[in-house]
Ligand binder design. Structure first.
Ligand code: PEP
Ligand code: MG
Length: 580
């Protein structure tokens, strides 16, 4: 039976294919009955996994810095206690012995039983301890599987005709799509600028997120259509609907082909103002797509994606240096803006998970530069690696999430220290490498003189600027309707930053998702933006808008947008921007 689901469009285009369902990774386990002769072996398997997790927790405890918050030690103690608690251990072993369940089945069955008890507890603190039990069980399951599992483990062979359907996909797992070719993807959770959505957009395949219950309503191998322009998913479409969407799909392919003609024309407005179009990349190899799309540089290299699949520790300096150098060399002399690590919130990092998994509000916690400054040795390693790559091309260093003068000063001190260390080691780097800041916290935009005085360039991160200005989690689909790039407060912060930076002669770009949205290109041009950075897949469609724009005619309608506060007035003025 055909039915339609609605979600949030995150990556344009139409995909038609068979559903490939990805189950939630950790707790989806095999269920089978074992022979009586296998019982003791199965119990032994459980004991070994328990021992492995015990060692992991001990290693984490040993690694705790002397000045680590006491909650960290307490958190590890709780997990060790749960790991050895009879309610988990003895009951699981009983299920293996009496029911002859395999250990994974017994363990998840016991977790379910315990969870039911916890759900009935009135005390909120105790009720929340359920999450601790789940985390311990996940650790044991990982140990049983012989390491960590990825959502895409088990995906083999050609996936060309498939559309991935999942409850949620971690950004790290989404990275693996870069090596698999899927038609599109759909998730139950997520917001327009969640990092999962951003990586999906970089793949240039149609996608919809926040399609609630998609992963429970859609079955394996169902024929589905994903309309990535409108966030619509049609399951088991009627023949006439299928025909209509197949037609639209071929129209879009034709449009994309036509856009290719713009690739070699210079990017300038009708009045002759030159505009820089740069690319956002997640991995060094993405630089190829950037060049292919005609980008004149990398405006944002999100280095945290290099760190994500490292389970034990962050990569050594040599490994990082090789990655940065590779991106720089691929860009062949064009500038590469390398952003220092921005982990936390919806970009978890296995090697550092403990420091923020327990944070009450990770988006407001030890994220990005805050985390780097709290780990100076790790930060220096990254800075040395980036600086060394600067000897092989044009490199700029970009710092995420700065808000305070002392954070900027500490960062600049550490960059000086990294240079000193390289001098001592006799290693080459560009001594004039420019250092810039992301403007993505409202406080940074409002206190812009602090930044203009200390930094060489700025890059506006509209994704976080919107999140923090409007106090809504960018990855939470339940508040996605409030994520509004056109909110007057957001527009004022952007316009102010562009104006003040220009007045001070400090180069400024926009690298958030607004820069890659062709519906906003004219508005940003009218506000004075001359440097955009976006996913390579968006570059030509934004270029097309630029080639059709005249700055003089944009002045009045853009001023009207900025003067408007009522949503209808903003929309009406925006219409005039589009028609100017
Ligand atoms: C932003 O916040 O707009 C940005 C570009 O950074 P990220 O999306 O990686 O947080
Ligand atoms: Mg950001």
């Amino acid at each position: 039976m055909s039915f339609t689901l609605h979600g949030i469009p995150v990556s344009r285009g139409i995909a038609i294919g068979r559903a490939y369902l990805i189950a939630p990774a950790a707790l989806d386990v095999d269920h089978y009955l074992i022979e009586p002769s296998q019982i003791e072996g199965e119990v032994e398997r459980f004991r070994t996994a328990q021992g492995t997790v015990h060692e992991e927790l001990e290693a984490l405890r040993a690694d705790l810095a002397a000045d680590a918050p006491s909650e960290m030690g307490a958190f590890l103690n709780v997990h060790t206690m749960i790991l050895n608690d009879a309610m988990l251990v003895q009951e699981t072993i009983d299920l293996i012995r009496t029911r002859r369940y395999n250990v994974e089945w017994a363990l998840t069955e016991q977790l379910e039983r315990l969870s039911r008890h916890f759900d009935d507890i009135e005390d909120e603190y105790l009720r929340e301890r359920k999450a601790d039990i789940e985390q311990v069980v996940e650790r044991v399951l990982k140990a049983l599987a012989g390491g960590s599992q990825s959502a895409l483990d088990g995906v083999h062979g050609s996936c060309d005709e498939m559309i991935v359907v999942a409850h949620d996909i971690a950004p790290a797992d989404m990275l693996q799509f870069k090596t698999q070719t899927f038609q599109g993807f759909v998730t139950d959770l997520g917001g327009r600028t969640s990092h999962t959505a951003i990586v999906a957009r970089s793949l240039g395949i149609p996608a919809a997120v926040g399609v609630q219950q998609a992963s429970t309503l859609i079955r394996q191998d169902d024929l589905i259509i994903v309309d990535g322009d409108h966030g619509i998913v049609i399951v088991d479409p009627a023949p006439i609907v299928l025909e209509e969407y197949t037609y639209r799909q071929s129209e879009k392919a034709l449009e994309r082909k036509k856009l290719q003609r713009l690739k070699f024309s210079p990017t300038q407005t009708l009045c002759g103002t030159k505009i820089e179009l740069c690319a956002n990349i997640e991995l060094p190899e993405d630089a190829r797509a950037a060049l292919e799309a005609g980008a004149t540089g990398v405006g944002l290299f999100r280095t945290e994606f290099l760190f994500m699949n490292h389970k034990e520790q962050l990569p050594e300096e040599e490994e990082q240096f090789a990655a940065y150098r590779h991106a720089v060399e691929l860009m062949n002399g064009l500038p590469v803006t390398i952003r220092t690590i921005d982990v936390g919130a919806d970009k978890p990092l296995d090697a550092a998970a403990e420091s923020y998994e327990t944070a009450p509000n990770p988006a407001l916690g030890l994220r990005a530069i805050r985390w780097s400054l709290s780990e100076p040795q790790m930060f220096l390693t990254q800075l040395r690696a980036i600086l060394r790559a600067s000897a092989f091309g044009s490199v700029k260093i970009l710092i995420p999430m700065l808000a305070h003068a002392q954070e900027i000063d500490q960062t600049l001190d550490l960059i000086r220290e990294a240079k000193r260390q390289l001098d001592d080691a006799g290693l080459a780097y560009d001594p004039n490498v420019r250092v810039g800041a992301m403007i993505e916290i409202p406080a940074a935009a409002i206190a812009l003189p602090l930044f203009l005085k200390r930094l060489d360039f700025l890059s506006i991160g509209t994704n976080d600027l919107i999140q923090y200005t409007l106090a809504i989690d960018r990855a939470d689909n339940s508040v996605a309707h409030l994520y509004d790039p056109l909110h007057p407060a957001v527009l004022h912060l952007i316009a102010f930053t562009l104006r003040e930076a220009k007045r001070a002669g400090v180069p400024v770009s926009v690298c958030g998702e607004m820069a890659g949205d062709p519906a906003l290109t004219r508005l940003l041009l009218g506000m004075g933006l001359t440097e955009f950075s976006m996913h390579p897949s968006q570059l030509l469609v934004v270029k097309q808008e630029i080639l059709r724009s005249h700055l003089k005619t944009l002045e009045k309608p853009v001023a009207d947008v900025l003067a408007a506060f009522e949503p209808e007035e903003v929309q009406a003025a925006l219409k005039r921007v589009a028609q100017a």
